[in-house]
Design a protein around this ligand. Structure first.
Ligand SMILES: Nc1ncnc2c1ncn2[C@@H]1O[C@H](COP(=O)(O)OP(=O)(O)OP(=O)(O)O)[C@@H](O)[C@H]1O
Ligand SMILES: [Mg+2]
Length: 502
């Protein structure tokens, strides 16, 4: 096997969790200087495969070769010694330490043989690494002052400082702005040119064509195919991922417009957004879009009572609503699905059943007791409707794949019977097939009289699913477009402040 053309081969990897066969004789082969995209539906086994490579999970059976030599990876530290580096979505950085300290954490250079850290050398070496990847950062700054994208760059610098030959990125683009994504892709190209092999996981298929050399598709823990990216189309990838033809990515339905459900007048929050007014009627899905940082999430949080507004009024069903907390909002039939499932959406240590019913326990109470049978049937129903991939409703949410956790957030809000739902980036980390299912579910909600405000940066889904588009720019509403007049260009125009009103 030595002198292999592959820097890495994973063969016949099998991994079983209680009730789940996560990997079923899966294969992956990576060449040096290649960007290898790893694709598959939520729960297909991508992250598990990579955790095994990074020494974070043991495999049940299978073989791994590095440069043609068989290896048994025993720990994350061992993986690092073998030249494998994984950039997790939840970074492993120490927030209060500087960029340089993070890059050299645990391997700080010493002055001679003394126990004292050679700060000068550590700063200089850090600067050199950052220069190599053309990242302009003050190495003395604590990392908690950096943006998500910059933190990602620090993670990559750290990988380079330990001489990684194989770098794995698991959904790195999910939290980046367009601008930052361009920088990340530049960096990936630089790494590729230096002979590093990269494994890149993403649910945004357009990225495959922009950055990918090879594509491996997985389904139900198995290897489906590996092909050059240039030989594939969006359709062929989807077919391999989902295992069938996906008739419609955006199954938009139209409904008759009814009464006004939500109205916002002159809503402001100092330092975040100013004078935002719009309304939402039954029968429609309205998009709130704009560049990341334009204030969309802040507006949603203020409506929901999660942040204090400094001016303005919210009306529900035509009446002024006093919403001072999320509890008030839920009582008033208002729901907010947050983009950050890890911090706000779920209790990770609790089960699928508990998370689904947590925000609306009162609906389950019969006399003095919670009706457990009804609770189970509710959870079963949503697992079925949303096709949540889990061995049972008693699985702790922590053990679900990223995309399936996101579906549990959705189940939770569906069960609150809200009449106005604000979805903040509802399809982030969700595979294409499941996306279409979520959109169908939105249709069903709208047909039942729920009004939906959808915050999204994905313009194709905004154009595909929404009746009306509100565009924010620097904390203000820059304009509104009706479905039939909206286009990517017009939205970008408004979002970048190039035209003032629509
Ligand atoms: N620690 C665990 N305990 C039990 N089951 C697990 C554990 N980790 C993963 N699984 C299960 O293994 C399967 C594969 O999960 P994995 O996270 O690898 O999927 P994925 O392809 O990364 O999906 P996504 O695109 O949603 O992130 C899923 O059914 C998941 O629920
Ligand atoms: Mg994953």
């Amino acid at each position: 096997m030595a002198n292999s053309e592959f820097i890495l081969e994973m063969l016949q990897i099998t991994k079983r969790f209680p009730g789940v066969l996560a990997l079923d004789k899966a294969n992956l082969a990576l060449r040096p200087g290649e960007v290898h995209c790893l694709l598959g539906e939520n729960g297909a086994g991508k992250s598990t495969m990579m955790k095994i490579l990074a020494g974070a999970q043991p495999m049940d059976s299978g073989e791994i070769f590095i440069d043609g030599e068989p290896v048994v990876i025993t720990s994350p530290h061992h993986a690092q010694q073998l030249g494998i580096s994984m950039i997790y979505q939840e970074f492993n950085l120490s927030p209060y330490l500087s960029v340089a300290e993070n890059i050299f954490l645990g391997r700080e250079p010493r002055i001679g043989r003394s126990p004292f850290i050679d700060w000068k050398r550590m700063y200089r070496d850090s600067e050199e690494i950052l220069k190599r990847i053309r990242v302009d950062l003050d190495v003395r700054r604590p990392v908690n002052e950096l943006s998500v994208a910059q933190q990602q760059m620090v993670e990559i610098a750290k990988a380079l400082s330990v001489q990684a030959k194989i770098i794995v990125m698991d959904e790195p683009s999910a939290t980046l702005t367009d601008h930052e994504l361009v920088a990340l892709f530049d960096l990936i190209r630089t790494l590729r040119a230096s002979g590093i092999g990269l494994i890149y996981i993403s649910h945004r298929l357009e990225e495959v064509f922009e950055i990918g050399d090879q594509v491996t598709v997985m389904r139900d823990g198995q290897h489906v195919a590996t092909k050059p990216a240039s030989s594939m189309t969006r359709e062929s990838i989807i077919r391999m991922m989902v295992g069938r033809e996906l008739t419609e990515e955006y199954p938009k339905e139209f409904f008759k417009l009814g009464e006004e459900r939500l109205r916002v007048e002159g809503l402001s929050r100092e330092g975040a957004f100013k004078d935002v007014s719009f309304s939402l009627r039954t029968g429609e899905i309205v998009a709130l879009t704009g560049l990341v940082g334009a204030g969309r999430t802040e507006v949603a949080r203020a409506i929901f009572g999660a942040d204090r507004k400094t001016a303005g009024q919210v009306y529900l069903d035509g009446k002024p609503a006093e919403i001072r907390s999320p509890q008030d909002a839920i009582k008033n039939g208002l729901g907010l699905l947050t983009e950050d499932r890890k911090n706000q959406g779920l209790v990770l240590g609790m089960t699928v059943r508990e998370n689904t019913t947590l925000s609306n326990l009162s609906a389950l109470v019969k006399g003095l007791f919670i009706n457990r049978k009804f609770e189970r049937s509710v959870a079963e129903k949503y697992v079925h409707e949303l096709q949540i991939k889990t061995p049972s409703i008693e699985q702790v949410v922590q053990n679900l794949s990223g995309g399936n956790q996101q579906k549990v957030v959705l189940a939770k809000w569906l069960f609150t019977q809200s009449r106005v739902l604000i979805f903040d980036e509802p399809t982030r980390g969700i595979d294409v097939g499941a996306k279409a299912e979520i959109f169908k579910l939105m249709n069903a909600l709208v047909s039942r009289g729920v009004a939906i405000l959808m915050i999204s940066s994905e313009l194709p889904e905004v154009l595909g699913m929404c009746d009306r588009v509100l565009v924010m720019h620097e904390g203000r509403l820059a304009g509104q477009l009706m479905r039939n007049e909206a286009s990517q260009e017009k939205i970008m125009h408004l979002a970048t402040g190039m035209s003032s009103a629509a």
